[in-house]
Design a protein around this ligand. Structure first.
Ligand code: ATP
Ligand code: MG
Length: 409
């Protein structure tokens, strides 16, 4: 029983249940929320399965004053917004034919059929409005508590229906698995690995981005590498030690836990790697830029940089890039995660403010400099003096000797 789960007792979900589960229809929470609550893990989205047909869900939600949004009508999903919280309400269904994300579906009232079309036993658990857990496959509950990620039905057949399940298998294991990865699942994903080439870059990118920050990512990615799967997904070689090193920097977990930096540590060694990964995983322009900046700047970091050099990098790169570049350089170095010099450098980078150059072009104009390219040159000279002073010179110090031509006799 999950009677105390806040997502089940909230007024907002109660309104959805009351709206949808009427006239003989039922509604139950399914998937991640049930799974994570049983495991004691934090819950993200709350998804609901119902016997009511999609158009009925829309009608009833409206009648109850909730906001239905037809986000996936063709596979039976209506997003119902209640007190600002969105719930994906999906009609029970069987997937008659599946080609990746495009399935021919048949709506049903059969909870077992709905469970059977899902991927893993732990993802096919349902909680009803009273908190009772229903386990139509008969194996989900035990697998969930034992943290075993197992396919529902024959793994080979289930993967052929949707090759994304190869990556989902690793994703759920990396987040929630305990002990060895399921052997029959593993041999099936390895046998089907070439199917990964048929997936869109968006889908592969989405899954990989979620695998890398997972608690058991190091072991999982190692398994993916041994089985040739990571190379297919990324299209190049990887360096597991560097990725593991980054993962183990627990004191810098906030900065190191970023999926883009993890991807850089795993698979980015030269600038061309950034282009390939951007293409393979459909990284955004901002992500590609972030990765490229960290990679380029990492060449300029070593553990013995002094305080002034660290400040200079902060000034030139900004906080985010300076810290990510340093972390990347640390991972690439022979120094281990406990290395004191690297730790000191990272603590400095983290704690220092980014210096702000106190002089602007208009200050020079006010002193009589003529507008034009010479202003830029003069500013650069002042900036160089300022940096050389350890960022100590203030605006007045810098401007004192910076009179323009008008003042020079
Ligand atoms: P998360 O916390 O990561 O959101 P989740 O279990 O909610 O975990 P989703 O990807 O949101 O995962 O999917 C919701 C549910 O839909 C899953 O629990 C699973 O039952 C089913 N599902 C999603 N994608 C697939 C798929 N590719 N094949 C089979 N079933 C799937
Ligand atoms: Mg979900």
């Amino acid at each position: 029983m999950l009677t105390d789960a806040p997502w089940l007792t909230s007024a907002s979900i109660r309104r959805v249940f009351e709206a949808v589960a009427m006239e003989g229809d039922e509604a139950r929470v399914v998937g991640g929320a049930v799974r994570n609550t049983l495991m004691g893990e934090p819950v993200g989205d709350v998804d609901i399965a119902t016997t009511a047909l999609p158009e009925i869900v829309v009608k009833r939600a409206k009648a109850a004053g909730l906001k239905p949004v037809p986000t996936g009508m063709e596979h039976g999903t209506i997003t119902v917004v209640s007190d600002g919280t969105p719930y994906e309400v999906t009609t029970l269904r069987e997937d008659i034919e599946t080609f990746g994300r495009h399935a021919v579906v048949r709506f049903s009232r059969d909870w077992r059929a709905d469970a059977a079309r899902r991927d893993f036993t732990m993802n096919a658990l349902y909680a009803d409005v009273d908190g009772a857990v229903h386990d139509p496959t008969g194996e989900g509950y035990a697998d969930c508590l034992a943290r075993r990620v197992r396919f529902i039905g024959d793994p080979h057949a289930r993967i052929r229906e949707d090759y994304l399940r190869i990556l989902r298998f690793f994703r759920f294991h990396a987040h929630y698995g305990a002990g060895a990865i399921d052997a029959s699942g593993l041999s099936a994903v390895v046998a089907a690995r070439d199917g990964l080439r048929r997936l869109s870059a968006e889908r592969v990118g989405h899954e990989l981005r979620r695998i890398l920050p997972a608690p058991h990512a190091v072991e999982t990615v190692a398994t993916m590498a041994e089985s040739g799967i990571i190379e297919i997904a990324l299209g190049g070689v990887v360096r597991l030690e560097d990725f593991a090193h980054l993962h183990h920097l627990k004191d810098f977990a906030v900065e190191a836990g970023n999926g883009i930096l993890q991807l850089a540590a795993l698979a980015c060694f030269v600038a061309e790697d950034v282009d390939r990964l951007t293409d393979r995983l459909r990284l955004s322009n901002a992500e590609a830029k972030r990765m490229a900046s960290a990679l380029a700047a990492s060449q300029t970091f070593h553990s013995t940089l002094d305080w002034l050099a660290a400040r200079e990098r902060l000034y030139r790169l900004g906080h985010e890039t300076a810290i990510e570049a340093a972390l990347l350089a640390w991972c690439r170095s022979a120094a281990g995660p406990d290395d004191q010099a690297w730790r000191r450098l990272l603590v400095t980078l983290r704690s220092q403010e980014v210096p702000v150059f106190p002089v602007a072009g208009r200050d020079l104009l006010a002193l009589g400099h003529k507008p034009g390219p010479a202003i830029g040159v003069a500013l650069q000279a002042l900036e160089a003096r300022w940096i050389a002073s350890g960022f100590a010179l203030g605006r007045d110090d810098l401007l004192r000797d910076a009179g323009g031509d008008a003042q020079t006799p």
